[in-house]
Write a protein that binds this ligand. Structure first.
Ligand SMILES: [Zn+2]
Length: 196
């Protein structure tokens, strides 16, 4: 097996030298940049899905938005009292499945659930189930910034739910968190990390 180990060492060495020579910087830098580029692509794809859904809902009345959610083809659900007002999208890094979502009436124990992010993830998991794949958690997908449907302005990531179950690196750089909240609290190191 010593020979095989040497073969792989040589191969890895060659790859690192290739990357170094090609980019004029270290292999670790190149890998870091590749990861960032992949993340950027996912954020762009999520924003497209989010904007498409906002476009569909922006000119609907409150009652029409509620009806739309109750009758949605792939994932009908009960609207909150004021109906959908926030939209976002999530992307599954494993399959690339990208789904938009809206705020809704939560059937999870208070204070969790009900966010547009939860809706997007539920729709992703419904597709994953069809592929025979296990459901993902909130800390395992990437998201766009959330927008208010009416104005298109950014809705800060909520402190009661989203900040507790996901990490800033799952959102585009500069995404605003509600304050105070876990993301900006230096004493909060007790929550499982997000996606790598
Ligand atoms: Zn939230």
């Amino acid at each position: 097996m010593a020979g095989k180990g040497k073969y792989f060492e040589d191969l890895v060495g060659q790859l690192y030298r290739l990357i170094d020579n090609a980019g004029g910087h270290t292999a670790n830098d190149a890998l870091g940049e590749a990861i960032e580029a992949a993340r950027d692509r996912m954020f762009r794809q999520a924003r497209e899905a989010r904007d498409e859904l906002r476009e569909k809902l922006v000119n609907k009345t409150k009652a029409e938005r509620k009806d739309w959610l109750r009758n949605r083809d792939d994932f009908p659900r009960e609207p909150s009292k004021d109906g959908p007002s926030v939209v976002t999208a999530a992307i599954d890094p494993e399959t690339g499945i990208t789904k938009a979502g809206v705020n809704h009436r939560s059937n999870k124990p208070h204070p969790y659930g009900g966010c547009a992010e939860d809706d997007a993830l539920d729709r992703i998991n419904a597709e994953r189930q069809k592929l025979g794949k296990h459901p993902l958690g909130r800390h395992q997908v990437y998201y766009s910034e959330a927008l208010r449907i009416d104005t298109g302005s950014q809705m800060p990531i909520c402190n009661r739910n989203c900040q507790e179950v996901s990490d800033p690196k799952q959102y585009p750089p500069g995404t605003e968190p509600m304050q105070p909240g876990r993301w900006t609290d230096p004493n909060r190191t007790d929550i499982p990390g997000g996606v790598e």
